[in-house]
Design a protein around this ligand. Sequence first.
Ligand SMILES: [Fe+2]
Length: 494
Amino acid sequence: MARSVVTEAVALEGRAPQGWSEPRLAHVGGFTALEEELDYRIGTAEIRGRVPASVRGTFFRIGPGRNSLGGQKFGHWFDGDGMLHALTFTDEGAWYRNRYVRTPKYVRETAAQQVRCRSFGHNAPGGWLKNIGRPPANCANTSMVWHGDRLLALWEGGRPWEVDPVSLATVGECDYGGRLRPWEPFSAHGSVHPNGCYYNHGVSMGLTGPRINLYEVSPAGRLQRKSHFRIDRLAFVHDAGMSARYKVFLVHPLGLGNPLPFMLGLKAFDECVEFRPEWGMKAYVVSLETLAVERVFELPPFAVFHLGNCRERGDELVLELVRFEDYAVAEALRNVFTCDASQGGQPWQLRLNLRTGQVAGQPLPMAASCEFPQWDLRYSAGESRYLYSAAIADNGTPGFFNAIQRLDTETGAVTLHDLGPGRFTSEAVFVAEGQAEGDGYLCAVVYDARNHRSEVLLLDARSAALEEVAAVPLRHHVPFGFHCGYTSRAFLPA
Ligand SMILES: [Fe+2]
């Protein structure tokens, strides 16, 4: 376990947010809104450390930019309006900008300065008549992908939103030229295959019952094939694994129990979500050649939101994930603005034997509970050794993710980079340099509760202690978000 030494303090003005006096709540200032949409440059003299010459691409980060409106808190962190942040690294320093995604929810509620829409965690005001039959509004706040010359802001239950990668201006809802139908949701998590295709999915209620829809987008950005298959219930299938020849969907017993109160507008969606182990759990293995289910496995039930890499070893599919024993994290997520939300999961390896049908699994070593598994994406769908994650270290200010963890799955060695008291993060994405797996950096946004500011941090992914190589200070905080991404494309104004 080690922590990089910060050798130079960055002078920033800011205010210590409410909660800093209570160490377990030091993080809560990270949930305050960022109303401003900004665009500015940061010179090399302002950067702590030195950004490596190989890092000259664009780092994207997405998450709720505001969690309340007109003095009224949204019902859930998941309801926050999506804000994209981008930092392009240049020879002269970096260029930062941020913009809200102009979804109908954002536009309508901003004009009214009031909560107007039904969302995941709250109903629209006005009683059941204002909510009956209405789906939660698309917040475009969960993840993003740069693929097929499009930057897409992704949500769980609706269409993606296209955003200009330079200005972050909203282009509009993306339906892939009409090929993505209105009733076909597009998940927050897809996978780019080594062949260049992008595979995404969405859970919906079809004519014959709940189903998973699968989409194949060509390297040029054309939605070229679709399929779907039945599942047992309307489960949350937030993420999926991908090997060279298969997609793997883990359908856990977490989903809508009795959907009627939601459909009738009596309860919010979140209030109807249940975790019931007796529903069982299945893994559906889908061939990427035919887009048809090839094998279904039954698993001992657990909850899972994010998967790591997946590869084929002989007859087996071997995949990493972060496992939760139940959905106790739901309570923390509902009250995340005011409570200690430090509930991570256990890294886990799952093995599915395609010949015998056998299932095996084992916990992987960890220094601290974690979420947001990431890896060197150049090795996607193949053998990879390192698994990176956001973790919760015991440094006196838990509350939220406050560390970045590296696991060597070959040796079991775990390295924890503790960000230090009052410093918090979420997902860290791998930025490649060199050829070998793990040659590169981990890039993440870090929120510092002491001055209510954020910075974009680069850690050396190869170093013994995940040492810090550079930190780009921002002039404000970045509200806590979910996912991030990096492309070697340097998006800069013409
Ligand atoms: Fe996610």
